[in-house]
Design a protein around this ligand. Structure first.
Ligand SMILES: Nc1ncnc2c1ncn2[C@@H]1O[C@H](COP(=O)(O)OP(=O)(O)O)[C@@H](O)[C@H]1O
Ligand SMILES: [Mg+2]
Length: 258
């Protein structure tokens, strides 16, 4: 790969405590994503997608191995420094969006800028620009509580983008979107990747898995990452109606969590 690697996992394993037992959620995962690249992580519910995104974004620490952002081993940094790198370089879209209720759209998008003292005119103009870009600028002064699902998704994406992240991590971003909003989101992701961000999306949405704009698709199975495929390959010949697959994950027997 000639393009510059922005984010890299090297031999990442992650154990969690499960009652008195230890569970291995990620097993020796290695992955490098370059500037301008858009990759997808797929795999059944419970296979470790959200955990891997959390480790890539520095929200979770690997139990083994390391994560590098722009060549810096963030997983080795002290908490405060790691939080700072994460805030400046990583945009994260939570599966449940994690918007702050009772706050306006604008204030939600301003949150990542607060430590820079950017709740000022400059911060506001950046936040408004991010909301505008996603077509929800007109809702800036409204509380997030009253928005539709698709509008909330866009506000959350604006918040992930407002710092101009090097890495954009999105956890099942189309789960609550209808066809036209999903298409708009995919176009946004393409534009972001074209702008030089490394974009990593977890999804089992066939609309994403068959999208030719996706560069590589990795499958996680029980915490093990398989070599990449290209868009469309994993769906095989079976044609599945997209509208029933947005949420309904194929699941591993004995697993039911997403
Ligand atoms: N902090 C935790 N404590 C216990 N189990 C966890 C924890 N985090 C993740 N897991 C388990 O790890 C597995 C992978 O979870 P997750 O990364 O959310 O998978 P996915 O996003 O692919 O559905 C699940 O079985 C989940 O229950
Ligand atoms: Mg998940």
């Amino acid at each position: 790969m000639t393009a510059q690697v922005v984010i890299e996992a090297r031999g990442v394993s992650k154990w969690v405590r499960d009652g008195s037992r230890r569970r291995e959620v990620l097993r020796g995962v290695s992955l490098a994503v370059a500037a301008g690249e858009w990759v997808v992580l797929t795999g059944p519910s419970g296979s470790g997608k959200t955990t891997l995104l959390g480790v890539l974004g520095g929200m979770l620490l690997p139990s083994e191995g390391e994560v590098l952002i722009d060549g810096e081993a963030v997983s080795r940094l002290r908490d405060r420094h790691r939080a700072e790198v994460r805030r400046r370089k990583v945009g994260y879209l939570f599966q449940d969006l994690a918007l702050v209720p009772g706050m306006t759209c604008l204030d939600n998008v301003l949150l990542p800028l607060l430590p820079d003292g950017l709740a000022t005119r400059e911060g506001e103009s950046r936040a408004l620009a991010a909301l505008d870009r996603l077509g929800v600028g007109a809702r800036a002064a409204d509380k997030v509580d009253g928005l539709s699902g698709g509008e909330k998704q866009r506000v959350a994406l604006a918040r992930a983008l407002v710092v101009g992240p090097r890495v954009l991590l999105l956890d099942e971003p189309t789960a609550h979107l209808d066809r036209s909003l999903a298409e708009a989101l995919l176009a946004d992701l393409e534009a972001l990747a074209a702008g030089g961000a490394a974009v990593v999306v977890s999804s089992h949405d066939p609309r994403i898995l068959s999208d030719p704009r996706v560069n590589r698709i990795f499958t996680l199975e029980a915490g093990v990452l398989s070599p990449p495929a290209v868009a469309g390959e994993l769906l095989g010949a079976s044609s599945v109606p997209g509208d029933i697959l947005g949420e309904g994950a194929p699941s591993v027997p004995g697993e039911g969590l997403s």
